[in-house]
Design a protein around this ligand. Structure first.
Ligand SMILES: [Zn+2]
Length: 321
């Protein structure tokens, strides 16, 4: 098994398969970066395989070969046509047309929808009709890292299969096996950002969290010196997840506090930490926020705190009042 944290759900699948209690629809949830879709596809391949063993699909039969080639007539993977975009009603309609045909090669038909929360409202409504009258011998797997964004009517018709993020030591070992060089202290910083998902951790580590972190350190200095242009800086932060940015800044400011600044500086840093924490709270509590506005507000607040700190040189006791 490529990903050790898939084991519990894979065993759960084998159990219901052997007992012939496979549900019509599964909603597989868990943090982004657990390779949930890979497991959903492995389940689909097993269900379609003509000669499955007790533990895995055979990988050799006609069905497995077609599946590996992405050309199995009884299987459908529905994803947004472009990364980050929605899943449209036409895609769900195409699924329903396909469902009305009988299986070609295998005894089952399988559908994987990923990320399911990207379905438009009309696509969800269309899928709901299929869930209300599920066709026989059909397995539908919805994969989502944000299931709360799915309509309750859809969620209630699926069996929930939550995938847990692995323990720290499992993640650390797995990353080492993949050749990702990560120190225990880096892991401690990145772990909450990635919600413990190893592939997300790997991505953060390899694709720029270090670069991002350097840029943010410089930006923070500019903000604190009052030399930043919040509009331009907000644009440069735009590609990044705001929560990730705030968590990195949080660690950066905390680091500065360990350098034993004087009382005025320390007071200023604590106020910036307050700002970061309220921004994190704001962003975490809503799916629908104005990122540009929140980012600019944050920058202006940091500049204001730094400016008042520099002018007044206020001692810590005064600032904390
Ligand atoms: Zn096979």
């Amino acid at each position: 098994m490529q990903y050790p944290w898939h084991k519990p759900l894979w065993q759960q699948f084998l159990k219901v398969w052997q007992q012939q209690r496979l549900p019509h629809a599964i909603l597989m949830t868990g943090a982004k970066g657990l390779a949930k879709t890979d497991l959903a596809l492995a389940i689909a391949q097993y269900s379609l395989c003509l000669k499955p063993t007790e533990l895995t699909a055979c990988g050799q039969c006609h069905s497995c070969q077609l599946f590996s080639a992405g050309a199995h007539p009884d299987h459908l993977l529905i994803e947004p046509e472009e990364a980050g975009k929605t899943i449209k009603i036409d895609q769900i309609r195409a699924l329903k047309d396909k469902q009305s045909l009988t299986p070609n090669i295998s005894a089952w038909k399988t559908v994987v929808i990923h990320p399911a929360h990207k379905m438009t409202t009309s696509a969800s409504n269309s899928l709901l009709k299929l869930l209300e009258e599920p066709p026989a011998q059909t397995l539908l797997i919805l994969v989502s890292s944000q299931p709360q964004q799915l309509p309750v009517t859809i969620r209630s018709r699926c069996q929930l299969w939550p995938m847990q993020s692995p323990e720290n030591n499992v993640t650390e070992n797995w990353l080492k096996q993949q050749g990702t060089d990560i120190s225990t202290s880096q892991l401690a910083i990145l772990h909450p950002l990635a919600k413990g998902a190893p592939l997300m951790l790997q991505q953060l580590q390899e694709n720029g969290v270090n670069v991002l972190s350097e840029q943010l350190q410089q930006d923070l200095q500019l903000l604190m010196q009052g030399k930043a242009n919040p509009v331009q800086m907000t644009a440069s932060w735009q590609p990044y997840d705001l929560l990730t940015v705030m968590h990195i800044l949080f660690y950066e400011v905390k680091n500065q506090l360990t350098l034993q600044p004087n009382a005025a500086e320390a007071g200023m840093l604590w106020q910036i930490i307050d700002c970061i924490q309220s921004t994190i709270k704001l962003v975490s509590s809503s799916n629908n926020y104005n990122k540009t506005l929140i980012t600019e507000d944050f920058m202006v607040a940091v500049m204001r705190i730094s400016r008042s700190g520099q002018i007044e040189k206020a001692p810590l006791s005064r600032v904390s009042l």
